[in-house]
Design a protein around this ligand. Structure first.
Ligand code: DOR
Ligand code: ZN
Ligand code: ZN
Length: 380
């Protein structure tokens, strides 16, 4: 495959290129000459970015397939420009054992849509007993009880210790946010661990994180599109929407680099479940456009968004992609970066359209998603 005359944007910046892909790998970014027997994609109207990698998705599979299943979630993700998802463990039953992780991984291979990191619960049924970490570490390097806060300080301390010993990432849902982030950062001051803090949303949390990073503590954190996009929205999400000051603090945190990455926390729910109070937003197919609208307004360049949506998650998940560089997998996305679009939840591919932003203006449109040199979503 060749992608011709395209504007490339990744974390390194902006340049013109002609991409040559062989056996799913980028082998040249400035190829010249005649490649007649190749599939040629004319990139002259578009921007080529590394495809997006979501550290935090809820695919609801198994057990909540009426909200989403692996296939619909992955199709929604491809429409949003994602080729790799890390799926949370709050399924039904909870994904808390080797067999369930393996089952979802093989299901994703059969589907051949997005690549999958299947996150495993840290504790059995999100309770107080650890899962079989030594065994499960062979099939996933991310553990999380997301949806629920890790119960006690002792479990958290032991979990962080084990994350360092075994080499996995412990991703945390923190409720109440300030109190639990404070607790976990204090633990991290005693025992080194691989901590990733999910969906930070409050100004005070950002202050704790900034201070800890200045001290030299090593950990990562993420934001969601919805907390960055708007504040004071009357819609149930966990953590809840913040104030204008909270949202401004998130934007400052993005600008000064203390927030490591942009995830989605795509959390599909049926209409009935939302009415019963389930928290969450279905957002993966509009996440890029929501982020890009805010980044553009705040004069944050697209290369910074690429770093936060692709490079950083690739690094944390240990993937050979996330930048447009020779030798990386050709997981890329063609974007119309200047296109103004409107969120239309009626057109969602996801099974659930629980999203309060119907009709809102956003920026940029995903035109094509390519995984290992194969066009897997085409919207031109
Ligand atoms: O809004 C949320 N929804 N936050 C979470 O932590 C869980 C998620 C869900 O599973 O619905
Ligand atoms: Zn959460
Ligand atoms: Zn979540």
């Amino acid at each position: 495959m060749i992608i011709n005359n395209v504007e490339i944007v990744d974390q390194y910046g902006r340049r013109k290129g002609n991409i040559l892909v062989k056996d799913g790998i980028i082998v040249d970014t400035n190829v010249k000459g005649n490649y007649e027997n190749h599939q040629v994609i004319d990139g002259s109207d578009y921007t080529l970015m590394p495809s997006f990698i979501d550290m935090h998705t809820h695919l609801r599979d198994p057990g909540f397939e009426y909200k989403e299943d692996m296939e619909t979630g992955m199709r929604a993700a491809l429409k949003g420009g994602y080729t790799h998802l890390a799926a949370m463990a709050n399924t039904n039953p909870i994904t808390d054992n080797f067999e369930m992780v393996v089952e979802n991984l093989s299901k994703s291979k059969e589907l051949n849509l997005c690549n999958l990191t299947q996150i495993c619960a840290l504790t059995k049924d999100f309770g107080e007993e650890f899962v079989d970490l030594e065994k499960i570490i062979a099939v996933t390097k991310v553990f999380s009880n997301d949806g629920k806060t890790v119960a006690g300080e002792d479990i958290m301390r032991e979990g962080l210790k084990r994350s360092k010993e075994l080499g996995f990432v412990l991703a945390t849902h923190c409720e109440p946010e300030v109190e639990i982030v404070k607790r976990d950062l204090n633990i991290l001051r005693e025992v080194p661990g691989n901590l990733h803090i999910c969906h930070v949303s409050e100004k005070e949390t950002l202050n704790l994180i900034r201070k800890a990073k200045k001290e030299g503590l090593h950990f990562t954190c993420e934001v969601t599109p919805h907390h960055v996009f708007d504040n004071d929205v009357d819609y149930k999400v966990s953590p809840p929407f913040g104030t204008r000051a909270d949202r401004q603090a998130l934007i400052e945190g993005i600008k000064d680099g203390i927030i490591d990455l942009c995830a989605t926390d795509h959390a599909p729910h049926s209409k009935e479940d939302k009415e019963k109070g389930s928290p969450g937003i279905s957002n993966i197919e509009v996440a890029f456009s929501m982020y890009w609208k805010v980044f553009h307004e705040e004069n944050i360049p697209l290369e910074k968004l690429s770093q936060m949506m692709s490079y950083q998650p690739a690094k944390i998940l240990g993937l050979n992609c996330g930048e447009i560089v020779v030798g990386r997998e050709a997981n890329v996305v063609l974007i119309d970066e200047n296109k103004e679009t409107t969120i239309d939840i009626k057109g969602f591919v996801s099974k659930s359209n629980n999203n309060p932003f119907h009709g809102r203006k956003v920026k940029g449109k995903v035109m094509m998603t390519i995984k290992r040199g194969e066009v897997i979503y085409d919207n031109r």
